[in-house]
Structure formats: C-alpha cells, structure tokens
Design a protein around this ligand. Structure first.
Ligand code: HSE
Length: 403
C-alpha cells in the first residue's frame, strides 16, 4: 500500500485528501498499488472531520515513517514549507506541491536534491491550478524549442477584469464583490499587484530556458490602475483588457518576461478566457501555437493536479520521475526598456494637439467620451514611450500596452 502524507489541511490539502479517498479506485489503479492518506500535518485540530484521526502535529512522524514515500506540500509559504520539503527530499521521499512561491524561489535547488536522492519534486498544480500545463511542457513538448509563452495565470484578477468589462463596474467595487464571493483573498495584494502571476511565469520561464528565472527580476504591474474608462476605449477598439504574463526566449539567449495589463484583440484566443479561468498560450518552433485552458484555481481542480503528480511518483518509486531541465544557473533577463510594442494612451481632452505632436502616426479611438481622449501609438521601445509620455505631464491619465 502507498501511504501518502499531506502537509497543510487548508483548501487544497482537504481537496487532496478528498480526491485520493473519493476517487480511490481510479487513483490506486493508475498508481499500480492501493493508495491512502496516512497522515495530515496541521497546527490545528479538526474535531468532527471525517479524517480527524489522521491529523498530527509533529512533522518528524512523517519524516521518520519508512512507509511514507510520497508527501503533498500544500501548506504554502517559503518558510516551514521549504525546510520540510528539503528534509523530505533528502530522506528520499517524493514531494508534490501547489506552492508556486516555493517552486519559483527554490525550484532549481529542490529538483537537484530530488534527482540526487532518486525521488521526485513535482509541481503541476503550481501553475494554472487544475490545467495540465507543466507536464505537457516537460513531457509532451520535449522536441520543441519553446519560443514564447503568453498567459492568463491568475483567476482572481481575471474574474475582476471580466466583471469590469461585462458589468461596467469599477475596480474597487468589483474587488469587494470578488472578496464576498470568496474568489479574492481578504488581503488580495499578491493577486491584484501581479505577484502571483509573476511567480507562475517565472516557473514557466525557467522550464522554457532550462535555467533559473528569478521572479524578483521580472517586471510586474498589477491591475489596480485599470478603470472603466479603459474598458470603454478597449471595447471601441475591438479589444479587451487582460492581465498577461509573457515570456519570450530572445535570439541572444536572454529572456524577456513581464506581467502587465494588456489590450488583447478579440480575435486572440486569450480574449475569451474569462472569469476565474486561466489560459496558457505556448509557441514552439516546430509545433507552432498550442493553448491550455481551464480552471486555474479552486480546491478540487488544484487538488486533482497535485494527485496526478502523486500518481506519477507512485509509478516511479525508487527512481526520479523528473524530466524537466531547470538548472541553478541564472537566466539573463532582457531589459524591457529596449522591448518594442504599441501603447494605448488615455489623456486629458485638452492634450489632443500635444499628443498628436508627440506621437505622430497614432490611431485615435472614438469611445463617445468627452472628458478624455484615447489613442494607440505606433510601435516603439518602452524607453522611447516613457520619454515621450513624460512630456504630456499631468495630462497623461493612463497607458496600457498592446498584446
Ligand atoms: N490566487 C490564485 C489565483 C490562486 O487567483 O489564481 C491559484 O494560484
């Protein structure tokens, strides 16, 4: 029998136990052996819970039990979760996680330990929740040189932007509604400021480059400055606004990665990824485009992805099932100031002539508004745009990059 331990009995942890025990026949058959949860580690007690008897508070019980060969780390954070994961891998136990913060920060090191100790460190659920994206990239697209990833990787912000677009509501009230419905955290900073998407695109970028992409060096902008006026112009221009995480392998060996709100044409497949759904658009040099779509968050979708990793580990007991290349060597990040794109600009109506002079060749967008103007520039570098837009002074009301 395969005895699995679960670290953290929160939303995802309880989902992992539910998936293993409710889908037990399927899970055990695919693992090749009967599988059950043996321990649940949490600081709290859960009186009355179906699995109350499995709850323990001492990590060493799991570490020292030779029958436990696979552990799910779903506690989050980079403190105890990092220490526990390291000790487990060093002891030859495989670890499966949904903890994107930990994977983004210490993925390369933990993968190296797992390989050395002939066990696995698996993180399918860390990007895109229930959407299979890590395994397809590392196991199915292995003949490809991945050139570019363009993705919607955060369910909370995608829900907020979708509601703002469809219902014309402002950012503040939409965030409040998302919190009431349990979609957004009480402290939504990591989501709305783009940090969550940044960690996820750092993981995808590291897999794309085969080297470590430091999430702290990825240019990141959240959605807090996106307003209803921007959606008026986006609609008039035949576009929508999404929080896009992008990563591109450049010819010089560097990687251009960023997380920013972007105007996305309605013809682009990512424009129809709405609500809490995520979408990951990957371009390979032989395959061309491929897209992954589904539930990017939530208890059971995320737990299902963790358990798929558990099954993978179960089929590779005594050896590593890791196939990805993610070296500790730091990937070189390209300077975004030199990257070129078009920009949507919103400015005070009084600045129209100045805008025409500063940004010749721009297309003005008619959105039936009198209080401001909106236009889309020609392609230029970030640096050039920043210099020119500075000349607009306080007449500049906002800018959003075009996808
Ligand atoms: N807060 C994350 C999101 C959860 O909204 O997508 C899944 O990582």
């Amino acid at each position: 029998m395969i005895k699995v331990a679960v670290l953290g009995y929160g939303t995802v942890g309880s989902g992992v136990v539910e998936v293993i025990e409710s889908n037990n026949a399927e899970v055990s058959a695919k693992a090749g052996e009967e599988m059950h949860v043996g321990y649940i580690l949490d600081l709290r007690d859960f009186p009355g819970d179906t699995y109350e008897s499995l709850v323990i508070h001492d990590f060493n019980v799991i570490l020292e039990d030779p029958e436990v060969s696979i552990v799910c780390e779903v506690m989050g954070g980079v403190g105890a979760a990092y220490q526990f994961t390291k000790q487990l891998l060093e002891a030859g136990k495989s670890v499966c996680t949904s903890n994107k913060e930990l994977v983004a920060k210490h993925g390369a090191e933990l993968l190296e330990i797992a390989r050395d100790r002939k066990c696995s460190y698996m993180f399918e659920a860390s990007v895109g929740g229930g959407i299979p994206v890590i395994r397809p990239i590392t196991k199915a697209l292995t003949a490809e040189k991945i050139e570019k990833i363009t993705a919607i990787l955060n369910g909370t912000t995608n829900y907020i932007l979708t509601k703002m677009e469809k219902e014309g509501a402002g950012y503040g009230e939409t965030l409040k509604k998302a919190q009431e419905l349990g979609y957004a955290e009480r402290n939504p900073e990591a989501d709305v400021e783009g940090l969550d998407a940044c960690r996820k695109v750092a993981i995808l970028s590291s897999l794309m480059m085969g080297k470590n992409v430091d999430s702290g060096k990825i240019y990141t902008e959240g959605i807090t400055k996106v307003g209803t006026a921007d959606f008026d112009y986006a609609k008039a221009a035949g576009m929508t606004i999404k929080l896009l995480a992008t990563s591109q392998a450049l010819e010089d060996g560097s990687v251009l990665a960023m997380v920013t709100p972007a105007l996305v044409p309605l013809e682009h497949p990512l424009s129809v990824v709405n609500d809490v759904y995520n979408g990951v658009f990957v371009r390979g040099n032989m395959l061309g485009d491929v897209m992954f779509y589904g539930r990017g968050a939530g208890k059971l979708p995320t737990a299902s992805a963790v358990v798929s990793d558990v099954i993978d580990c179960a089929r590779h007991i005594g050896r590593s099932s890791i196939v990805c290349i993610w070296d500790k060597e730091e990937a070189r990040l390209a300077d975004i100031e030199e990257s070129r794109k078009r920009f949507f600009v919103r400015a005070k109506a009084s600045a129209k002539e100045a805008a025409q002079g500063l940004f010749p060749g721009s297309s003005f967008v008619e959105a039936g508004r009198t209080e401001d103007i909106g236009f889309i520039t020609e392609e230029m570098s970030e640096k050039e745009f920043t210099e020119k837009s500075r000349a607009l002074g306080d007449a500049l009301l906002g800018r959003i990059r075009l996808a």
